[in-house]
Design a protein around this ligand. Structure first.
Ligand code: IMP
Length: 178
């Protein structure tokens, strides 16, 4: 694996497909154990998490459901301020064991705004699985219950993650060369 170019920027190999697959097997093993009798509902956040969610879901040996949602943020009124809404969330979460699937937690802003909305629906439990976390970028602290990799505060692409729309199809994760 050599360097690649996406739009105007150069990226270098960072996490191989094999190391990602290995971490996913580990996480799935924990989930299989923790949710053995529970029939959890996985909620994957599009677009970035589609590849991770798909590979993770294949490794689950338990009864589980999955749905995919998209988060849209828009400017609300003066009193509501910035609002985030979930598109496609048509499941009843009341009493369910819910697991959010995210590609990457960066500042934590997205999840810190979205999680209260989910809690409002009174799920029995609410956990987060994320492939990547940039601890140094934290502005809104989020507890990640199942984590693939903790990474430095560098921009990454591949394995579902994009740089301005491109790079999602790359099977490995590449890091920006600065
Ligand atoms: P947060 O709200 O700051 O935690 O950002 C989360 C979202 O930002 C992720 O779901 C990604 O879509 C995007 N993001 C953050 N860092 C990166 C990156 O390094 N590469 C690609 N997308 C990223």
């Amino acid at each position: 694996m050599g360097e690649i170019r996406v739009h105007d920027k150069q990226f270098e190999p960072y996490l191989s497909a094999a190391s990602i697959a290995e971490r996913i097997k580990d996480i799935a093993g924990k989930l299989n154990n923790d949710y053995a009798e529970k029939k959890p509902l996985f909620i994957a956040i599009l677009n970035g998490s589609f590849m991770f969610a798909s590979d993770l879901f294949k490794e689950l040996a338990i009864d589980a459901e999955i749905c995919f949602i998209k988060l849209a943020s828009y400017k609300g009124t003066k009193s509501t301020g910035h609002v985030i809404t979930a598109i496609g969330l048509d499941m009843d979460l009341f009493g369910r064991d819910v697991v959010i699937v995210e590609d990457i937690v960066d500042t934590g802003k997205t999840l810190s705004e979205f999680l209260p909305q989910l809690k409002h629906q009174q799920p029995a439990s609410l956990k987060i699985v994320a492939l990547l976390h940039k601890p140094e970028a934290t502005v809104f602290p989020i507890t990640i219950d199942y984590l693939g990799f903790s990474i430095p505060n560098k921009f990454v692409v591949g394995y579902g993650l994009d740089y301005d729309g491109l790079g999602r199809n790359i099977p490995e994760i590449f890091k920006l060369i600065e």
